[in-house]
Design a protein around this ligand. Structure first.
Ligand code: NAG
Ligand code: NAG
Ligand code: NAG
Ligand code: NAG
Ligand code: NAG
Ligand code: NAG
Length: 308
């Protein structure tokens, strides 16, 4: 009796230490499979071994390995243990798909051979997390002049994220300028977050929306710079195109005007020459055929220039 008493006392003292020392939290990604580790080689010697995995107080898996080699397994939600558990001592619980609602859930393995449950031989706490979508940043049409309204949305993450805004990469918006709503999905418990920033801004100011999921060390951000840079670039090239076209036209007109004026001067000069008495003899010689040629020749380049 005293020996058994001491042993019980020893076990009672040891139990909480074992329980809490062995407890560890693992992070499961929502929608992905996970294995909750549990290695118990000491169980391999048991005859008619039976174990149970519990989620909180609820039994989610039962396995029995009979003396004759028969194996019975029952579980919820396609939970399982490795096929060769009774040979390898690996009794890890395999979840095919983690749900966000399983955050902060305590899983434990107990031995149930002989009808009574043992203490928790394995104990694992599960925390869950899911990535958010890249924030969708949009500039809304502002109804009042001088105000810029930006909206930022991100969805499907877990747990609830933090959302912050940055103006020109360095300033935080003034308090009251931001309205943020976080909505959990009633079934999946995944969060959507949406935020609006209303602020007095100069036209070309840039804003950044930052969504952080500390559980995953994940920081996602979208910035209005990249969007607007392309717009500015497009505009710039468009402006360059218009400018060069206008320049070409102006230069062309100037050249034509210059040429026309030159031709005009030439003609005036010619007439003057023609009227000069001492050149009259030459003028006479050339008279009818030459005159027409000379009259027409200057016309030809003019026509060509105007066509160009
Ligand atoms: C194991 O289970 C079988 C069938 O239930 C039984 O006949 C056998 O006696 C059990 N063995 C032990 C050691 O409990
Ligand atoms: C998830 O579990 C962690 C760890 O206990 C807890 O701090 C957190 O509040 C839980 N999150 C949600 C959304 O339940
Ligand atoms: C189960 O435990 C109770 C006491 O907690 C004991 O009386 C009983 O004999 C045990 N049953 C088996 C099958 O070991
Ligand atoms: C969260 O956003 C997604 C995609 O935008 C949508 O399908 C879903 O219904 C939203 N959930 C909630 C709770 O608003
Ligand atoms: C997040 O970062 C901390 C410290 O840098 C690290 O301890 C932790 O393991 C990281 N978590 C993930 C999910 O990467
Ligand atoms: C970029 O600037 C233009 C006008 O300057 C604006 O219409 C557009 O919404 C801006 N884009 C973003 C993402 O803020």
């Amino acid at each position: 009796m005293p020996a058994a008493g001491w042993r019980t006392l020893f076990l009672l003292l040891l139990l909480p230490v074992c329980c809490c020392g062995e407890e560890e939290c693992v992070l499961g990604l929502v929608g992905r499979p996970i294995s909750l580790s549990c290695f118990l080689p000491q169980l391999l010697t048991s005859v008619n071994l039976s174990i149970a995995w519990r989620r909180g107080g609820e039994v989610v898996l039962r396995s029995v390995w009979r003396e004759d080699g028969e194996v019975e397994e029952w579980s919820v939600s396609r939970f399982s243990t490795p096929q060769d558990a009774s040979l390898s001592g690996d009794f890890s619980l395999q979840l095919p798909s983690v749900a966000a609602s399983e955050n902060n859930t305590h899983f434990s393995l107990v031995e149930t051979s002989g009808g009574n449950s043992s203490s928790e031989l394995c104990s694992v706490c599960l925390q869950t997390a899911a990535s958010f979508s890249t924030p969708l940043l949009q500039r809304e049409e502002s109804k009042r002049g001088g105000k810029a309204v930006f909206s930022c949305e991100s969805s499907g993450g877990f747990p609830a994220p933090t959302l912050s805004w940055l103006i020109n990469n360095k300033e935080y918006p003034p308090p009251g300028a931001v309205t943020t709503i976080t909505t959990p999905h009633p079934d999946t418990q995944l969060f959507n977050i949406s935020s609006r920033l209303t602020v007095n801004l100069a036209k070309d100011v840039g804003v950044t929306c930052i969504v952080e999921n500390p559980k995953l060390n994940e920081t996602l951000s979208s910035s209005s710079y990249s969007v607007n840079r392309s717009t500015v670039h497009n505009r710039a090239s468009e402006a360059m195109w218009i400018f060069s076209t206008v320049l070409c036209v102006v230069v062309g007109v100037l050249v034509l005007t210059g040429v026309a004026y030159q031709i005009h001067l030439d003609r005036v000069h010619m007439r003057k020459k023609h009227d000069f008495p001492k050149l009259q003899s030459r003028g006479y010689k050339r008279r009818s055929p030459d005159k027409e040629e000379e009259e027409e020749e200057p016309m030809k380049p003019e026509k060509k220039e105007s066509e160009v």
